[in-house]
Design a protein around this ligand. Structure first.
Ligand code: FES
Length: 113
């Protein structure tokens, strides 16, 4: 890995309002990473909900918030802050670099495997 991050996707791979899951084996992190596209902006969080084992990349994106598909806990896309019950803990966020059509992840050092 370099400061330029890890190339994980192209912007066209993720339609607006959707997300993809990047395998932890590619990012060297303890959890898979979900990359979300919300209204022209891209965000990256740990994929696993902090409540139970649900994949946030399967959740519902609206106005900068991801809603968990299992029990509807909500998290801020920008920084992973928990916003609603039943989730009570934040999820980790990761830095993204979008250059042209390339999407690169710079894994959160606290979440490296
Ligand atoms: Fe996400 Fe319960 S697993 S809110």
């Amino acid at each position: 890995m370099t400061d330029d991050g890890i190339l994980v996707a192209q912007t066209g791979d993720i339609p607006d309002g959707e997300a993809i899951k990047i395998d932890a084996a590619l990012t060297g992190t303890v959890d898979d990473i979900a990359i979300f596209h919300d209204d022209g902006q891209f965000f990256a969080l740990d994929d696993t909900c902090s409540h139970e084992k649900a994949s946030l990349s399967d959740g519902y994106i609206e106005d900068g918030v991801i809603e968990c598909p299992l029990h509807a806990g909500k998290f801020c896309l920008k920084d992973g802050t928990v916003l609603s019950m039943p989730a009570t803990e934040d999820v980790a966020c990761h830095r993204l670099i979008v250059a042209g059509t390339d999407i690169r992840v710079v894994p959160n050092p606290a979440r490296l495997a």
